[in-house]
Design a protein around this ligand. Structure first.
Ligand SMILES: N[C@@H](CCC(=O)N[C@@H](CS)C(=O)NCC(=O)O)C(=O)O
Length: 206
């Protein structure tokens, strides 16, 4: 894990919301900014656990889950009695639909960050602009379905909150001007202990 990764944050917030923090050992990743364009080895043992070499990854005695989607699914089913994401039916499909948009924001945020870390003339401003456009377009879609206050803070809401938090941290408040209702919702849920405990911060470089 690292506090800089929104994908990791999805998982750590899920763990904290389920109250199962003491069941896991967290291993802090250290890596250079070169991760954007080069293969970095976060932890020698880790490469033996997953060929993907990305975080988050959850290593259990029986298997390794190598992305936030499968990890959150596992945690929700195995430890959460499907409280954060319905096992099946319309509620599940609605949540997946929302998450597919929120996850696209996070993908664009991370891809844009990797491109911004390039220092040479091969950096593409077009690509950076394309990712920013996708972020704002998807935020606008979420503005039309801001969670009602008092509803369950589920995996879809966790994912939206992580996307909002990352944009605030990395890219300033552009998004807030575009989606004021969503920004208000994010501010209102930001005091949750799970979000307070997982605020974004830079990855240690060595
Ligand atoms: N779809 C994956 C994405 C994971 C991912 O992109 N993690 C980034 C950190 S935010 C990473 O480990 N990047 C290192 C690399 O690409 O070498 C997930 O949901 O976990």
């Amino acid at each position: 894990m690292t506090p800089a990764s929104p994908w990791v944050r999805r998982v750590t917030v899920t763990i904290l919301e389920l109250g199962i923090r003491d069941r896991f050992e967290f291993v802090q990743t250290k890596w250079p900014h070169a991760w954007g364009t080069r293969t970095v080895v976060p932890h020698p043992e880790f490469m033996g656990d997953t060929p993907v070499a990305r975080i988050p990854a959850l290593v259990t005695a029986d298997f390794t889950l190598a992305d936030s989607h499968s990890i959150c699914d596992y945690l929700n089913g195995e430890f959460g009695k499907f409280r954060l994401l319905a096992r099946d039916g319309a509620a599940r499909w609605r949540a997946l639909a929302t998450m597919s948009v929120a996850n696209a924001i996070i993908e664009a945020q991370v891809a844009r960050r990797a491109e911004l870390l390039r220092t040479g003339s091969d950096r593409s401003d077009d690509f950076i602009a394309k990712m920013r456009d996708r972020q704002l377009r998807c935020f606008e879609a979420l503005e039309k379905q801001v969670p009602a206050s008092g509803t369950e803070f589920d995996l879809a809401q966790i994912t939206i909150a992580v996307a909002c938090g990352y944009d605030d941290w990395r890219y300033g408040n552009d998004w807030r001007g575009v989606v004021p209702k969503l920004a208000g919702w994010f501010d209102s849920i930001s005091q949750r202990p799970s979000l307070q405990a997982t605020k974004p911060a830079e990855t240690p470089q060595s």
